[in-house]
Design a protein. Structure first.
Length: 562
């Protein structure tokens, strides 16, 4: 089967209404600008206001322990503007359905299906990962290491397929004792099937799970090759390489569907053995999607829409947000007497880091702005400081005096109502209008008359920074080669005679780490939505409680490597 050359990028896409494109003015209007500043990342107990320290003693809140993983460091942060809200389903849908200008009349070439887009977010934005080691509980309780290698992934979509295949290997092969990584040889667990060819006697065949996975994913890459590989790669005999990856190829769609159904059944059995009890019933009733199974189900639906095995599949037919019911989203959901928030107005969830970054690439191309995901310090600056705190005045020759106690490390500092936060959980999935309005008010903050909603306690949010276990206490700032900001003299309030060391903040980008930092603290139990709180997640999955917001950086504000 040849790599398809006449792919119709709009296949399966709902009819696109003529919608107004985002402009530089409309996007900028949805952000709050922050000036060039010197501020604190992290904090410590002695830096928080006196009333909080007293409350900490009275209520045994252990705020010092909560702050311990993020010790304070003074940073220069360049000007930026951050989104007032998380990106919504409606905004993401515009990106998902966007056509290239030159194809607007023909209506076939979608931005989302372009392999160059997924190469950019993988390589040009320096978000690629090279490898990750997973600990797997194999048969008889043995813990083995399963190494996922991404050196050969050509872009983010290709890496996503690799990741899905690796997870299926862990579940179906390693955890069932079919093979070990040392030998990579099958030790049994064969599947019996029957091959039917027109005019020929039905043949009995045996495939191991390993072979089924191999030939299915070689087919998936072949079907998606127009969305994964760029023209020069496709013209270099790529289809022959993909076909050669598997010894046993498919003769018809029925054989593909048979493999998918077989793998889905076995994956379901494995997940039932491991799933948390609170999600078990929802999983049984297909209300708790699991990404590997969901992907296979979507691929199965996509290929069944086509008449032959040779018909191509575009990325948007399969690779869309995990909580959308179809490529066009979920706009058919009805509102009950207007009590529900419109689907278009709810934050986008269930997307990988790379899908979030792809949205910012499209928005940059469309508006001419420098749009990106925030660094974790840009997030923390917006979540915990006022506009004027630490502001650098280039016209002043005076020493800048910074005041660490002005940093808001807890969302209830203004009301002192810590009971509202402790013992509760934020919910990124609230969708009734009154509940949603209360949640926006509880998880937002006012700055100079502007509101930044969903900033704390609403849900985790993707950032550009990688997370390294050995770097969890910001020890990278102790590296003598880390850039220091020396343009002005800075001192801490109460110690004006002592100059501070101020660093030029740069997102942590080491390729040694395959995990990325998320901010926003959706679960406030025990942590009270601490503004310094950070968490690490794997970037090649879409999560129910992770969304994202944008930042805009002025052209003259310098750069952070993007």
């Amino acid at each position: 089967m040849d790599c398809p050359t006449g792919i119709v990028y709009g296949a399966g896409m709902p009819e696109k209404k003529k919608e107004q494109k985002p402009t530089a003015e409309s996007v900028t209007a949805g952000t709050v600008p922050f000036p060039d500043s010197v501020l604190l990342i992290g904090s410590k107990l002695e830096y928080i206001p006196k009333f909080l320290r007293e409350l900490d003693l009275q209520k045994h809140l252990c705020i010092g322990n909560l702050l311990d993983p993020t010790p304070p460091h003074w940073m220069r942060i360049r000007p930026f503007a951050i989104g007032k809200r998380l990106v919504t389903n409606g905004e993401y849908l515009k990106f998902f359905q966007a056509r290239y200008e030159e194809a607007e009349e023909g209506g076939n070439e979608f931005f989302y299906d372009d392999p160059e887009l997924w190469r950019m977010v993988w390589e040009d934005l320096n978000l690629q990962i090279t490898q990750v080691t997973m600990a797997v509980l194999a048969e008889e309780g043995e813990v083995v290491e399963h190494e996922e290698v991404y050196h050969n992934a050509v872009n983010a979509l290709d890496a996503y397929l690799t990741s899905l295949r690796m997870e299926m290997e862990r579940l179906l092969l390693l955890q069932t004792g079919v093979y070990t990584r040392e030998s990579s040889k099958s030790t049994g667990t064969q599947a019996i099937g029957f091959l039917k060819r027109p005019g020929k006697k039905t043949q009995r065949f045996e495939f191991t799970r390993e072979k089924r996975l191999a030939r299915l994913f070689s087919l998936i890459r072949l079907k998606l090759c127009k969305s994964i590989f760029q023209a020069p790669e496709r013209e270099a005999g790529l289809e022959d390489d993909l076909i050669a990856e598997s010894e046993d190829q498919y003769d018809d769609l029925a054989a593909v569907v048979g493999d998918i159904d077989y793998l889905l059944k076995n994956l379901r059995d494995q997940y039932l053995r491991a799933i948390d009890e609170q999600y078990r019933q929802a999983f049984i009733q297909n209300r708790h999607p699991v990404e590997t199974m969901q992907f296979l189900q979507r691929f199965k639906l996509a290929i069944k829409k086509h008449k032959t095995l040779a018909d191509p599949v575009a990325a948007h037919e399969i690779f869309y947000p995990r909580y959308w019911q179809r490529p066009g989203g979920e706009r058919a959901r009805s509102a009950i007497r207007g009590h529900r928030v419109r689907w278009e107005d709810l934050p986008i969830i269930g997307i990988t880091l790379y899908e979030a970054a792809a949205y910012t690439v499209w928005l940059s191309e469309t508006t001419g702005l420098d749009v990106s995901l925030p660094s974790e310090f840009e997030y923390e600056r917006a979540a915990s400081w006022g506009l004027k705190n630490g502001r650098i005045d280039p016209a002043s020759d005076e020493k800048l005096i910074v005041e660490p106690c002005r940093k808001s490390v807890l969302p209830w500092e203004g009301t002192k109502d810590f009971n509202f936060y402790f013992g509760r959980e934020g919910s990124i999935n609230a969708n009734k209008q009154k509940e949603y309005a209360r949640l926006l008010n509880a998880t937002g903050r006012k700055i100079n008359g502007e509101s930044i909603d969903q900033i704390l306690g609403f849900g985790w949010q993707w950032t550009l920074d990688r997370f390294n276990e050995s770097e969890r206490k910001y020890n990278r700032f102790e590296n003598p080669n880390y850039p220091v900001f020396t343009d002005i003299e800075v001192a801490c309030a109460g110690k004006e005679d002592e100059a501070l060391t101020v660093y030029e903040y740069e997102p942590y980008r080491s390729l040694e780490s395959a995990y990325f930092v998320v901010r926003g603290a959706p679960d406030v139990i025990g942590g009270a939505g601490l503004t310094t709180r950070r968490f690490a997640v794997f970037p090649l999955r879409g999560y129910r409680n992770i969304s994202f917001r944008i930042v805009i950086r002025p052209e003259d504000a310098g750069g952070d490597g993007l």
